[in-house]
Design a protein around this ligand. Structure first.
Ligand code: COA
Length: 162
């Protein structure tokens, strides 16, 4: 029997409960889900790739069929290397659509055999993003409702080292 394998790519700087919500949903649909962390230096992440991987590991440790990897190539090439033919992206609000439409279109042009599938996170995460979590946390706001406690700790550590 063929097993279904999906890739959930992103920068995850840091992973939020909204991302975890999408991975949890995907893990119930597909046999295996690979969370693919883009090194993405152009986004100038505040956490190193190793820190982001470690934080994702801690946030998703209860999901048995999820694997966490990093990549710094073209996403579709990474998917092909992993023999995955599904890309999962979250659609939070209508304004996500345009960017996601472009991304899915380009990925389809590059690799017609790979399908992009969109999942909707729970309502309470519709307005959540990594950059808002970073901003609220760095300005001393409470982010406990938005990230795993370990991520909260790492954000506090980062702030104290500044
Ligand atoms: N919950 C919370 N936040 C979410 C979310 C959810 N469910 N879904 C998306 N977001 C947020 C992210 O936190 C991020 O927030 P920020 O920009 O405020 O920090 C934003 O939405 C989108 O980022 P993310 O989902 O991390 O994706 P990305 O746009 O940074 O990454 C890649 C996109 C990695 C998939 C893309 O850059 C890529 O494929 N790179 C590899 C190179 C490549 O193949 N390029 C060609 C692509 S056609």
């Amino acid at each position: 029997m063929m097993t279904s394998k999906a890739i959930y790519p992103g920068t995850f700087d840091p992973i939020t409960n909204g991302h975890s919500d999408i991975v949890t949903r995907a893990s119930k649909i597909f046999d295996r889900v690979i969370v693919a962390v883009a090194s993405n230096p152009s986004k100038k992440p505040i956490f190193t790739l190793e820190q982001r991987l470690d934080m994702i590991q801690k946030s998703l440790q209860d999901l048995p069929n999820v694997e966490i990897c990093s990549f710094n190539s073209l996403l579709v090439n990474f998917a092909q290397k992993k023999q995955a033919n599904i890309l999962v992206r979250g659609l939070r609000v209508v304004s996500d659509f345009e960017y996601e439409f472009q991304l899915a279109g380009m990925n389809r042009r590059l690799a017609p055999n790979i399908e992009t599938i969109f999942l909707r996170p729970a309502e309470q995460y519709a307005y959540l993003s990594s950059s808002l979590v970073r901003e609220v946390s760095l300005l001393g706001g409470d982010v406990s409702g938005f990230v795993h406690p370990y991520i909260q700790l790492k954000l506090t550590e980062l702030m104290n080292n500044k």
